[in-house]
Write a protein that binds this ligand. Structure first.
Ligand code: KG4
Ligand code: ZN
Length: 335
């Protein structure tokens, strides 16, 4: 089975061809960084227009890189939400039209499921497993029991963790996207210089909140004069995030033990999972619990079409697909 996956929920227009043998035949990601850079963040209207301009080329390139004809595609999987409505409409209409013309099954991909299932494409991970999903648009912890069974243990009550990285970068004039820039600056800084809060790290709470940390960073940034100050703030901020995420991971593993969930592994997915310091602290927590820990490689951590194609394969294997009238869902919580 060869499935074409299309992703357009935020600022990457992406398409990939993946087989049910976990072969990623192609993985094309057309970034919109240049379009959004002047504004220091994603502008939804600009994103929608850019998706419309790039989607045709992106899908053609994915087929070309894979050395495959469109007619050899067994199914189409397109992200239908959650995400920015303009981009989701562009990608899902394109995907549904292709499925109609080729007369092949269509799978409506939930972007959160795609991140959560992506480790089963990149590594040998069996159900049930624990996922920490940390990206620009979402932040939650869930148990994945099957390709259609996700139990949310905790989620953010305000901002996502990726958003706090982007905001920190913007405040310090590092531009967009913020995560990689903050990570780079943090490498030169002293993580004990600024005292920043670790929100909601008490009483075993599995929910997240980053609004308070963002405000604390804003107040500290006002006092930053030199590059050294900025590096120290980035290091202190990144340490605060790593502390919060490791606390949540530890508490979630305790909850799973109490619930007698026989976890086979733990995974961190989404753009922030590409951060090395975050990866190290999460690995340490898992080591203490004797758990295998996985993070997809960089190109599969951030948004991509391969994870959408993989959702298609997982759903089709258990007999699930969607009608061509499936309406895009800008808000679409995990089932
Ligand atoms: O998963 P993703 O590509 O898109 C969403 O679904 O949101 O995640 C993008 C987010 C951005 O906020 C970006 O700043 C963050 O992931 N990010 C990072 C790193 N690379 C990307 N955050 C921290 N460290 C990184 N190395
Ligand atoms: Zn994402």
């Amino acid at each position: 089975m060869k499935v074409l996956g299309i992703e357009s929920s935020c600022d990457e227009t992406a398409a990939a061809l993946v087989t049910d043998e976990k072969e990623i035949l192609s993985n094309v990601i057309c970034s919109q960084i240049e379009e959004h850079k002047p504004f220091g963040g994603v502008v939804p209207e600009t994103a929608a227009r850019a998706h419309l301009e790039k989607i045709d080329f992106t899908v053609k390139k994915a087929l070309e890189d894979a050395g495959s004809e469109l007619s050899e595609t067994s199914a189409i999987a397109g992200t239908c939400g959650p995400g920015l409505i303009g981009g989701v409409i562009v990608g899902s209409v394109f995907a549904r039209t292709l499925a109609m013309v080729l007369n092949v099954p269509f799978v409506a991909v939930n972007h959160l499921e795609a991140h959560a299932l992506s480790v089963r494409l990149t590594d040998d991970v069996q159900f049930p497993y624990l996922v920490l999903s940390i990206s620009g648009g979402h932040c939650h912890l869930c148990i994945v029991r099957s390709a259609a069974d996700f139990e949310i243990l905790g989620k953010t009550s305000d901002d996502s963790v990726g958003e706090s990285f982007d905001k920190t970068a913007k405040l310090l004039g590092f531009g967009y996207p913020g995560g990689p820039a903050v990570e780079k600056a943090a490498a030169f800084g002293d993580d004990r210089r600024f005292s920043l809060p670790r929100p909601m790290c008490r009483n075993g709470s599995l929910d997240f909140s980053f609004a308070g940390l963002k405000t604390a960073v804003r107040l500290a940034a006002e006092k930053c004069k030199t590059d050294r100050d900025k590096f120290d703030l980035c290091a202190s901020f990144q340490k605060a995030v790593a502390d919060v995420l490791s606390y949540k991971m530890r508490e979630a593993l305790k909850v799973c033990e109490k619930k007698n969930v026989a976890l086979t592994a733990v995974a961190a997915v989404g753009g922030v999972a590409a951060n090395k310091s975050v990866g190290i602290v999460l690995q340490n927590v898992c080591d203490r619990f004797g758990m295998r820990f996985f993070t997809p490689p960089l190109r599969l951590c951030t948004d991509n079409g391969a994870m959408a194609a993989w959702v298609g394969i997982e759903k089709l294997k258990i007999g699930l697909c969607d009608g061509l009238k499936f309406a895009p869902r800008p808000r679409w919580p995990l089932p």
